[in-house]
Write a protein that binds this ligand. Structure first.
Ligand SMILES: C[S@@+](CC[C@H](N)C(=O)[O-])C[C@H]1O[C@@H](n2cnc3c(N)ncnc32)[C@H](O)[C@@H]1O
Length: 373
């Protein structure tokens, strides 16, 4: 099986989580074969895999946002003629290049720098090769072709899959929906910090509640569902999880979102949604001692917190801890917050910054020091 160079793109600073995911999931997906050779780079991992393996492997991976197949890597390119002949070296006939294929050009510190001109040149080459009407022998889709010039070196990559983080479990999308791969990163961080929390032994004994008090369109809960139930992910823990003992609770003050979620997730009894504001005295979730509770949320940021009285992020943290008394709390914030190291018997055990295409977020994890996980 011929292998190709692929680049798995992920948000900045989660490359090592992706490395962990690649190793664990490869062993699950292809137990008979060795983990492919790979290189950890800024913004992702380069690895050598056959196209067929990559297609099925992507069903297992939750952290990458895209996967690029490298067609050319860092070839010297100083002028238009050279560019033309390099582009023509690619066996374009093997891919479905058509009018819908996007062309993405970038140039940095290179003699050829005019992006519009480069795009026109590429279109001319493709047209001369007859790609207006793709022929039937082309076996692989090309959703996007990326041409990158950097220090007079040309790299060409093929993006065969649309955004991987659009997983589809998404009803009414609000103003600031969470990207699925970022939500998945939070669960991986939690798993790294407290693997015992996710162990099948524990799940068969105790009920586990995942609560998002500002659930919006329920991205975090959908990702936790994938994390626990997805057939491929289930095997992540070597033994099947006890699915009866899990409830995924979404709370939001926006009734429309709650109703949309209730309708969308109606066939999945693990999901429960309640309309309530964080400042309501009565919580829709009863706090029981013997349950494991994980609160995971990207709370509304300052003005978006729909409350008449002004609540500071630190106060919000206190309210959430007091109200739900979780074993772990994971807050995802778009700005750096000076959350304290300690809040009563909670200790901040992780602060991580992740960044993808300029979208930054900070993840804060607090642990209840009284628990044993
Ligand atoms: C940043 S969004 C959460 C987005 C969500 N993770 C998603 O992917 O759609 C914040 C949510 O908090 C809700 N919200 C705002 N103020 C609230 C309050 N006082 N109590 C509960 N929910 C509130 C908003 O309706 C909004 O859905």
């Amino acid at each position: 099986m011929k292998k190709y160079n692929y680049f798995l793109v992920c948000p900045l600073n989660i490359e090592q989580l992706l490395e962990q995911e690649l190793i664990i999931k490869w062993k699950l997906a292809f137990p008979q074969t060795e983990v492919p050779s790979y290189k950890l780079l800024t913004g992702g991992i380069e690895c050598q895999i056959s196209p067929k393996q990559m297609k099925s492997f992507l069903g297992f991976l939750k952290l990458p946002s895209k996967v690029l197949r490298r067609l050319m890597l860092n070839e010297k390119c100083f002028g238009e003629e050279q560019f033309d002949s390099l582009v023509r070296q690619i066996p374009w006939n093997n891919f479905k290049i058509g009018p819908k294929t996007k062309i993405n050009v970038s140039s940095q510190s290179s003699r050829i720098y005019h992006k519009k001109k480069i795009s026109q040149k590429i279109s001319t080459i493709f047209e001369s090769l007859g790609f207006k009407n793709p022929s039937s022998n082309q076996d692989q889709d090309a959703y996007e072709v990326l041409f990158r010039l950097e220090n007079n070196r040309l790299s060409i990559s093929l993006n065969q899959y649309e955004k991987l983080y659009h997983r589809g479990l998404h009803p009414l999308v609000g103003k600031a929906p969470m990207r699925e791969h970022i939500a998945a990163s939070c669960f991986f961080l939690l798993y790294q910090l407290a693997p015992k929390l996710f162990s099948p032994e524990l799940s068969s004994k105790k009920e586990r509640q995942i609560i998002d008090p500002f659930c919006g369109s329920a991205t975090l809960l959908s990702e936790s569902f994938y994390f626990f139930f997805n057939k491929t992910i289930n095997q992540f823990y070597s033994a099947p999880m006890n699915t009866k003992n899990l409830s995924l609770v979404g709370i939001d003050r926006d009734l429309k979102k709650i109703e949309a979620n209730q309708e969308f997730f109606a066939s999945l009894p693990q999901f429960k949604f309640y309309r309530s504001s964080i400042t309501d005295k009565v919580s829709p979730v009863s706090i029981e001692q013997d349950k494991i509770r994980i609160v995971i949320s990207n709370p509304p940021f300052f003005k978006r917190l729909n409350e008449k009285s002004h609540i500071k992020p630190i106060q919000l943290l206190n309210i959430v801890l007091e109200k739900y008394r979780p074993d772990y709390l994971c807050f995802i914030y778009p700005v750096e917050e000076s959350f304290p190291e300690k809040v009563t018997y909670y200790a901040q055990v992780k602060k991580a910054k992740i960044n993808f295409s300029g979208i930054k977020c900070y993840i804060y994890i607090y642990k209840n020091e009284k628990n044993e996980y």
